[in-house]
Write a protein that binds this ligand. Sequence first.
Ligand code: SF4
Length: 339
Amino acid sequence: MITEDFEQGPIRPPDEANSLLIRITRGCPWNRCAFCTLYNGVKFAIRSVDEIKKDILAAKDAYNGRPVDRCFLQDGDSFTMKTEDLIEVLQALKQAFPSLKQISSYGRAQTMLRKSPSEMREIGEAGLNMLYCGMESGSMNVLEKVRKGVTPESILKSTHNAKEAGMGILLFTILGLGGKELTEVHSYETARLISAIDPTDIRILSLASKPGTELYSMAQAGGFTMLSEIEMIEEQLRILKQIDGVQSKYGNYHAVNLLTELQGELPQNKQALLRTIEQFLSLAEEEQMNFIYGRRCGYYSHLHDMQQKDRHATVQKEMQNYDLRQLESLFHTCRQRWI
Ligand code: SF4
């Protein structure tokens, strides 16, 4: 029986939609990134091992013997927990759910670096075998501008230690995070860092600034210029072209992205992925806008949906109600819904 005391955090990665969620921390210990609203109003805390174990047993009762193969540890940074406590939690999980194949967690680079390589190995051996890393950018200038509180070097070192400890690495990167001001350095340095890390998975996200965030205020004050949808795709083209030497899954799975068909394996599918981006970028500007409108307003899922003549005509007609500036603002509002 899941009891009233059972805690569930507000966030899980999209990949963990069907996973068992066990909350071991509340909120994010940093909570200062200029673009982030995930844990607004949540005071960071590490839950006690006893509390967590009660939740694990409650979940075990609720699953009633059904096999569970994936578990995600909420919320923002499990590595803030003392190593021996984290190991105790992992052992309790494995005992309650012996069928578990993957236990994953977010981890901040600066926190993970407080653990020695041998502590990381113990954590890996206890069962934590997938790390979600919100790298966002490989550029120090961009990381500083958005107050990420980590450096490219700390991201590289912490993910290296995690890999050595047997963990898979899933990296998130955000298109448009440098704005127009830093788009070149963002794409170049991001591709460079991804190539150096050689993660298991590369996940692309697209920026939208939410009212109430520092980034939104920066944009309003003229200190940050959002990329257009087309500029974000151009940025992705540069990043993907420059990624080199990785064996990774590459995915635009999240609906906030424009071209969700950009999914595949690197290096095998790199040329096909680049061709899809180039196919979009080679459309006439009016057709690019038709696709973006159709995609953002729910008429299209993928590029080939534009070939449906009736849908194309409906989109074309609706778009006539807006000028270019209004369209960009509409697209931004649509992206905001997804973050
Ligand atoms: S992006 Fe991640 S590290 Fe930054 S405030 Fe949000 S949860 Fe914390």
